[in-house]
Design a binder for this molecule. Structure first.
Ligand code: PSU
Ligand code: MN
Length: 306
């Protein structure tokens, strides 16, 4: 594969990868479509700081002017956070964003693809896409799940939001052989809350044990990703009923307005934030910090095993 014309890896990230040092990938749809300015940029920069503090090198990923970038500069993060014409880029979009020399914010799926191309194995984000409620009618299933089935990157997230059908999301992951690991929990967290009513496949309390499982999985060519579900810290958890009633209203409004396809997830996130008067955004930011910390710890352990 000749990546040279397409891929540009930041200097610090390239050095770390070459030396087998720990690197954590970060997505950019959360910056451009998941949070408003300026909190999006502040959060993205703070996440990078937390990853460094925990001994790893951050690699924020996006497509800029048609170039696949692994390791943005703070200036590029600021640009993405303010820019208006950034395309939400999943797997299907990548070749056309390259050909048209556009800016693209990478979802979980496309961040995994770019991370894997560069050789980055651990990725921290807020939440993954999944099987949407009503998918039996709409067929709305995030391409993130198919990517997790195929691409060798572990995604540290705060579980699945109940804008999704969590039960169906878990079934889909099971069919595709994607392990769902609870970090220090027996129960899958539901993003804003620590509980979802659904269990995880394995509880693991120690980043080293997760690293050992990842190494074994990929040594054995059991290709695909792993979901590491890390509950939001108790202090920032939202009230279960408050957040669920906000999500229910957001889902009804999306249906009423006929919101479909790639617009669906950003619409729901923005609505939930509006209904909760911004408290969901505060929770969202804190859980991302928490995921960055754990992802860095896993990346450090994985680099020690090699
Ligand atoms: N969930 C969040 N915040 C986000 C996303 C999901 O809490 O920003 C973004 C991620 O980039 C994820 C994408 O990969 O939405 C999923 O979009 P879709 O459902 O269209 O695949
Ligand atoms: Mn979708």
């Amino acid at each position: 594969m000749n990546l040279k014309p397409y891929l540009s890896v930041g200097e610090e990230v390239a050095k770390a990868i070459a030396n087998g040092q720990p690197v954590v990938a970060l997505e950019s749809t959360i910056i451009s479509h998941g949070m408003p300015y300026p909190q999006n940029v502040e959060t993205a920069l703070e996440v990078e700081r937390i990853i460094r503090e925990n001994g790893a090198v951050p690699a924020t990923i996006a497509i800029l002017g048609g170039t696949l970038k692994v390791g943005l500069t703070p200036k590029e993060i600021e640009y993405l956070g303010k820019a208006k014409n950034v395309v939400k880029a999943s797997r299907r979009d990548i070749p056309f964003i390259i050909a048209k020399k556009l800016d693209g914010a990478t979802t979980v799926a496309s961040t995994m693809i770019l991370a894997a191309l560069a050789g980055v194995k651990i990725f921290a984000t807020g939440g993954i896409g999944g099987v949407h409620r009503g998918a039996q009618e709409t067929f709305d299933i995030s391409a993130d799940l198919q990517e997790l089935a195929n691409t060798n990157v572990a995604v540290v997230c705060a579980g699945a939001k109940s804008i999704l059908d969590i039960g169906l999301t878990l079934e889909y992951l099971e069919t595709n052989g994607v392990p769902v690991v609870g970090y220090q929990t027996d129960e899958l967290p539901a993003f804003y809350t620590r509980k979802s009513g659904f269990g995880v496949d394995y509880r693991v309390d120690d980043p080293k044990e997760i690293a050992e499982a990842l190494k074994a999985k990929w040594d054995l060519a059991l290709n695909g990703g792993v979901v590491v579900a890390n509950p939001i810290p108790e202090a920032y958890e939202m009230d279960f009923d408050t957040i669920n009633s906000a999500i229910n209203s957001a889902v009804s409004e999306a249906e009423a307005q006929g919101i479909k396809g790639k617009a669906s997830t950003p619409f729901l996130l923005a609505k939930v934030k509006e209904i909760t008067a911004g408290t969901s955004l505060d929770a969202n930011i804190e859980l991302v910090y928490n995921n960055a910390r754990v992802a860095a710890q896993i990346a450090v352990e994985l680099s020690n095993l090699k």
